[in-house]
Design a protein around this ligand. Structure first.
Ligand SMILES: [Zn+2]
Length: 279
């Protein structure tokens, strides 16, 4: 997961909210919704102050249950719906934020926006860009309406958590009739962050997803590694794994493939033994 820039940061959240609300023809509804304009603005300001590291102190805006539904519907009717082009233009811009990929797994295409704080619980944030994360269908479904109010249980937030300079994803190769990999969370610096990383991995079911990608990569490349070992020797294979690792790490230190090539380089002797014994 790479850190992303907060989308539409130059736009005021209440301005986006008002543009969406004014898309309704029912003037009574518009008036009623616009009464929340100030709350929308203050919720956004507090969000930038407290999320995701101090959610325990985030002051929630009180909203009646009837109004909750009305506010949530602003997102459905006037933000995500293609027929309301003004809101949908914002939606599409946020969706493209991770180069069109899912901001969580970096594997699937971003096809939905996830409300980091669920809209049903935090309706005044329903069209606030910093609360909307581009995700693939599978990640969005896995997360669902997950919400915890303890700091160590907050999922990683791609707009606020910057882990791009530290390795938190690693892997150990396992050898049987094939070469496989077991991924693990290698982050130990701070217990709160370590817990948040583990919860994110678990909630989004990232390890099985990463293992599928890694197994496919191994299976596609194994005959080439064998040929390389036969033709150029053990030293060259080790150099090759190292070069692959470096080029992947340049893009994302914690991608499934960076962790895979770290493991291949680290366990190169075992890989060579396995290749020699499994011709
Ligand atoms: Zn995903």
């Amino acid at each position: 997961m790479n850190k992303l820039t907060i989308p539409l940061a130059d736009k005021s959240s209440s301005e986006i909210f008002e543009q969406c609300v004014r898309g309704y023809r029912d003037t009574k509804k518009v008036r009623k919704l616009l009464r929340y304009k100030k709350d929308v603005e203050s919720s956004a300001k507090n969000y930038l102050k407290y999320i995701p590291c101090d959610i325990e102190h985030y002051p929630q805006t009180p909203v009646s249950s009837d109004d909750k539904e009305m506010l949530v519907n602003v997102y459905k009717d006037k933000f995500s719906k293609a027929s309301f082009s003004k809101g949908r233009a914002y939606y599409d811009k946020i969706l493209a934020g991770a180069s069109g990929k899912c901001a969580i797994c970096s594997i699937g295409a971003a096809s939905t926006l996830d409300h980091y704080l669920p809209k049903a619980e935090y309706p005044t944030l329903c069209v606030f860009p910093a609360n909307l994360v581009p995700e693939c269908q599978s990640c969005n479904k896995n997360k669902g309406d997950f919400i915890q109010i303890e700091n160590e249980k907050m999922l990683l937030h791609p707009y606020f958590d910057d882990l791009s300079d530290v390795i938190w994803l690693d892997g150990k190769l396992v050898f049987s009739s094939v070469i496989g990999i077991e991924y693990y969370n290698s982050y130990t610096s701070d217990p709160v962050m370590a817990s948040r990383i583990s919860l994110t991995i678990e909630k989004y079911k990232l390890f099985p997803l990463f293992a599928i990608q890694a197994n496919s990569d191994i299976s596609n490349n194994i005959s080439m590694w064998r040929k390389q070992l036969q033709n150029t020797g053990t030293k060259q294979l080790r150099i090759y794994f190292s070069a692959c690792r470096l080029s992947r790490e340049e893009k994302d230190l914690n991608s499934w493939s960076s962790a895979l090539y770290r493991a291949l380089e680290r366990q190169c002797d075992e890989v060579i033994d396995w290749l020699n014994n499994n011709p």
